[in-house]
Design a protein around this ligand. Structure first.
Ligand SMILES: [Zn+2]
Length: 412
C-alpha cells in the first residue's frame, strides 16, 4: 500500500479506476456489456478488448461483458479494492474524449505531485482559541441518536421501491434544526437523472465571501449486496451523523465569511450517482468550491482507536496538509495515509471536476469494517463513538478555518 502522494506516479491508474461502485459492486447478475475506464492490468487479466490505453497511468478504455464484470470485481476485491471500475459513456470509436479525460487527469495529478514534492509547504496555521472552544461542544450521544435513527430504516438503498422515505424525514428534521437555531439558511432536495433517490443540501451563505463555497458531505444511502435489509450504521449513517452534529455546533457559532454547504448524497453505492451529478453541475456553473470534505465510514477503529485513515488518491495534497495542521493544532490523533485504489466515495466526483478534496477514513483499507453492505452493518461493541466524534471535530475545524480564513486557497 502507498503511504504518500510522492508515489502517485504509479497510483495514477488507481486514481482513475472507477469512480463508480464505491465500496460496492455491481449487484450480481448484471446483464449489460458496459464501456469502462479501468486498470489496464486487471482488464488484460479478464481478457477484455483494450480500445485505448495509457501505460503511464496504467489505464484503459474497454467493454466488459457481465461475466467479465464479475471476474473483474473478484480480482479487484482480491487486490483489496471493491468493485473497481468506472462505467463511462459509450464513445464508440471516438477515442478523443477518452484521451482528453486521461490527459486532464494526468495534468492535475502532476500539479498535485509537484506540490507534494515541495520540501517546505506553505501551510502553517495558528491554533485559534475559538476553534479550541468549539471543539469542546460535540457530543457522542448525539451521534449515537442519529446513527440509531438512520440505521432503524430497513434500507436506504437508492433502488428501493420508495428510496426517499428517510430522505424526506431528514429534510424535515434539518428544517426544524435550522429554524430553531435562528440562523438564515436553506435546505433543499436535489433531484437526479441517474437515480430516483434525492440528495439533501443545507446551505449557510457566507457573510463576506458568499460565492466561495466549502462543501462537507457524505452519502446517506445504504446497500446490501445480497438484497436484504441494509442498516448501514457505519456505511454511512456514521458520516451522515458526523455532519449533523457538526452542523448543530456550527449553528451556535458566528456566521463564517465563506458559504458552508452540507450535503447528504444519494446513490453513492450504485456509482457515486448523486455526487457525480452535483459536482458536474457545480463545475458547469463555474462554482468556486474552495474545498470538499467527504465523511464516509467513521465508526469502526480497525487500525486502532484514534488512528485515522487519510486517503491519498482522489484527494488533494493541499487539503491533506490542512488535515495535518488541524490535527496538530486541535486533535492529536494518528493519521495513517492510505489509498482506495479507485474512486471509493463521493469525494472522487468532486476531484474529477477539478475541486480540492479530502477524505479522512475510519481506518486503512485493509483494516476497515468487514461487515459493510450486509445486514451485519449495525452498531456493535467494536464500534467507537469517541473515535467517530473526531470526524465531527475535523468538519467543525475545517468549516471554521477554511470558512473564515479567506486567504486560504489551494495554491495550484
Ligand atoms: Zn460508503
Amino acid at each position: 500500500m502507498f503511504k504518500s502522494v510522492l508515489l502517485s506516479l504509479m497510483t495514477m491508474s488507481a486514481v482513475f479506476v472507477a469512480t463508480s461502485q464505491a465500496h460496492g459492486h455491481i449487484p450480481t447478475g448484471s446483464t449489460e456489456t458496459i464501456p469502462v475506464l479501468a486498470d489496464l492490468n486487471l482488464l488484460q487479466k479478464v481478457g477484455a478488448p483494450i480500445l485505448f490505453k495509457d501505460q503511464q497511468i496504467n489505464l484503459a478504455y474497454s467493454y466488459l461483458t457481465p461475466q467479465a464484470q464479475a471476474q473483474f470485481s473478484q480480482l479487484a476485491h482480491q487486490a483489496g479494492k471493491c468493485g473497481g471500475f468506472e462505467m463511462v459513456p459509450d464513445v464508440g470509436s471516438n477515442m478523443k474524449n477518452v484521451q482528453f479525460v486521461m490527459q486532464n487527469l494526468k495534468q492535475r495529478l502532476a500539479r498535485d505531485y509537484n506540490y507534494a514534492k515541495m520540501p517546505f509547504r506553505a501551510l502553517a496555521l495558528p491554533q485559534r482559541p475559538e476553534i479550541v472552544e468549539a471543539l469542546k461542544m460535540p457530543k457522542e450521544e448525539n451521534l449515537q441518536q442519529w446513527v440509531g435513527w438512520l440505521s432503524s430504516f430497513p434500507s436506504r438503498y437508492n433502488k428501493a421501491t420508495d428510496p426517499n422515505v428517510h430522505v424526506l424525514q431528514l429534510k424535515q428534521k434539518l428544517e426544524q434544526v435550522l429554524a430553531s437555531s435562528g440562523r438564515a439558511g436553506s435546505v433543499d432536495l436535489v433531484d437526479h437523472q441517474s437515480t430516483r433517490q434525492k440528495s439533501i443540501r443545507l446551505r449557510l451563505v457566507g457573510a463576506t465571501h458568499p460565492e466561495e463555497i466549502i462543501v462537507m458531505g457524505g452519502h446517506l444511502d445504504s446497500i446490501n449486496m445480497s438484497g436484504g435489509n441494509a442498516p448501514g450504521a457505519d456505511d454511512n449513517a456514521s458520516g451522515s451523523a458526523n455532519l449533523l452534529e457538526a452542523l448543530r455546533v456550527i449553528l451556535t457559532l458566528p456566521k463564517t465569511a465563506r458559504t458552508l454547504e452540507f450535503m447528504w448524497y444519494a446513490g453513492e453505492e450504485s456509482g457515486l450517482l448523486g455526487s457525480a451529478e452535483i459536482a458536474k453541475a457545480y463545475k458547469a456553473q463555474k462554482a468556486n468550491v474552495i474545498g470538499v470534505l467527504q465523511l464516509d465510514m467513521t465508526l469502526f477503529p480497525g487500525a486502532g482507536e484514534m488512528v485515522l485513515g487519510s486517503m491519498t488518491d482522489f484527494t488533494s495534497a493541499w487539503m491533506r496538509d490542512l488535515l495535518v495542521q488541524i490535527n496538530q493544532n486541535y486533535l492529536g490523533v494518528k493519521i495513517a495515509e492510505d489509498r482506495c485504489g479507485y474512486g471509493c466515495s463521493d469525494h472522487a466526483s468532486w476531484y474529477r471536476q477539478g475541486y480540492p478534496t479530502l477524505m479522512p477514513f475510519e481506518a486503512t483499507m485493509r483494516t476497515m469494517n468487514p461487515n459493510i453492505h450486509s445486514t451485519r452493518d449495525t452498531v456493535t461493541p467494536k464500534m467507537s463513538w469517541s473515535h467517530s466524534i473526531v470526524y465531527t471535530k475535523i468538519a467543525i475545524a475545517l468549516a471554521m478555518e477554511l470558512g473564515n480564513n479567506t486567504t486560504l486557497q489551494q495554491p495550484y
